[in-house]
Design a protein around this ligand. Structure first.
Ligand SMILES: Nc1ncnc2c1ncn2[C@@H]1O[C@H](COP(=O)(O)OP(=O)(O)OP(=O)(O)O)[C@@H](O)[C@H]1O
Ligand SMILES: CC(=O)N[C@H]1[C@@H]2OC[C@@H](O2)[C@@H](O)[C@@H]1O[C@H](C)C(=O)O
Length: 399
């Protein structure tokens, strides 16, 4: 038997696995690295975060990724180069993180790598008849495995697509396993570049659990700040949006989009929600002369409205569920204020109160997915559309 498999079997047979979960999302701000101690499988999974850090991307690296990100006419050579480059850069960041924690690569059993999404194309977005749902994450797993010497599980979304899903949101699997609680209806809201949530009914009925993208997120706000406030990457603490006034006409135009009215589950990305989307809405509503602060206030309100509309669609006016937030948007007080105001009576928490650092949550979820691939039984949600019963990821061996 190839010695690599011996290593994999040893990992499978351990009572507790040390898994590094990685996430580098649509905000392109950096790589989240969560070293997790994972025990058990399925609903008996337990996770302790041993270490966590976000390693910021350099400006040059951001620029390289942006040159091929969410663009239909990206340079094929650059995509090929970046597939290897992202793997190498992530591998280097992981080695540095491991050393900074006083550990060695041998102390880590597995890396669970999301990679960098560069294009998300569900049928609902590309609209091309006869073509499947598609999504593309680059940052090759073999490069990470060889550079670090650690077994790497990567490229999780392709199996989800192959089994009939849209390749996202994958949060549903980990959220269900880690955070379901008998007697409490929960919404696990992640506000990253794109906002999404998982609904976890308190009666534990797996056939009702789902996870869905909602719309933006921070993505349009981030893109607008980067264009109009040179030197800034995002609206830190919501100070720009708090200084402006939300414009009703522009907000109405932004809310007019079929995706926002489509049923759950659904997925999207910056391929739809971008500065062209904003410009179109500004033209339609004759609000092209708004101040940048007012545009930011409206965009912040837009994100809040998108989330609130989806929550209301799920629960009507019944506000007896609890909301557990994660993702960078929960650090924006102006956005959270708007959510609190629009959803009175809803108990807002972050996943910190469930023992998981909200900034690490998505990285942790990939560690859980990798654990399931190694030792789990397939999580079955009743084979409904959008949540196929699959384990995911490709196993990349270090030598
Ligand atoms: N202090 C803060 N004030 C306002 N916004 C913040 C703050 N901290 C983070 N953010 C927002 O959060 C974003 C990063 O969020 P996060 O890392 O969760 O996104 P992501 O994982 O890249 O996206 P996705 O989940 O869509 O893939 C930043 O770009 C910024 O918009
Ligand atoms: C294609 C893709 O990378 N989608 C991401 C993105 O970021 C948030 C939202 O859009 C979500 O659908 C997904 O990530 C999370 C981790 C998920 O799959 O659950």
């Amino acid at each position: 038997m190839n010695a690599n498999w011996d290593k994999v079997f040893q990992i499978i047979n351990k009572p507790e696995r040390r898994i590094i979960g990685l996430m580098s999302g649509t905000s392109l701000d950096g790589l989240d690295i969560a070293l997790c101690a994972v025990k058990g499988k399925g609903s008996d999974t337990s996770v302790r975060i041993l270490e966590f850090k976000t390693v910021p991307y350099t400006d040059g690296f951001k620029k390289d990724i942006k040159s091929i990100f969410s663009k239909r006419d990206a340079d094929l050579q650059m995509i090929s180069l970046m597939n290897a480059q992202i793997g190498l850069v992530h591998g280097g960041m992981i080695l540095e993180a491991i050393a900074s924690w006083g550990l060695k690569p041998d102390d880590v059993d597995v890396i669970a790598s999301h990679g960098q999404t560069i294009f998300h194309a569900p049928q609902s977005l590309h609209g091309l008849e006869g073509y499947p749902n598609a999504t593309l994450q680059i940052g090759d797993g073999d490069h990470i495995a060889v550079k670090t010497g650690i077994v790497t599980i990567a490229d999780f979304r392709q199996k989800h697509l192959a089994a009939g899903g849209e390749g996202a949101p994958l949060a549903v699997y980990g959220d269900y396993l880690l955070f379901s609680k008998p007697g409490e209806d929960r919404i696990m809201l992640n506000i990253g570049g794109i906002a999404n949530f998982t609904y976890l009914p308190g009666n534990g009925d797996a056939s009702k659990v789902f996870s869905t993208d909602l719309g933006p997120g921070n993505t349009i706000m981030d893109q607008y700040v980067q264009k109009n406030y040179p030197g800034l990457y995002f609206d830190k603490d919501g100070s720009i949006s708090a200084s402006g006034t939300s414009n009703g006409l522009l907000l109405d135009a932004l809310m007019k989009e079929d995706f926002l009215d489509a049923g759950f589950p659904k997925t999207t990305g910056p391929e739809l929600f971008n500065l062209s989307y904003l410009e179109k809405a500004q033209k339609q509503s004759a609000t092209t002369d708004l101040s940048t602060a007012d545009v930011m206030a409206t965009l912040c309100n837009f994100t809040a409205r998108v989330i609130v509309r989806a929550v209301e669609r799920c629960f009507g006016v019944d506000n007896t569920f609890s909301m557990y937030m994660s993702g960078g948007g929960m650090h924006n007080p102006e956005l959270v204020r708007r959510l609190n105001e629009a959803l009175p009576g809803v108990a807002f928490y972050t996943t910190a109160s469930l023992g998981i650092d909200p900034d690490a949550k998505e990285a942790v979820l990939f560690a859980v997915l990798a654990n399931e691939t190694l030792v789990g039984d397939v999580v079955n949600f009743g084979d409904r559309q959008g949540v196929p019963a699959v384990c995911m990821g490709k196993i990349c061996l270090p030598y």
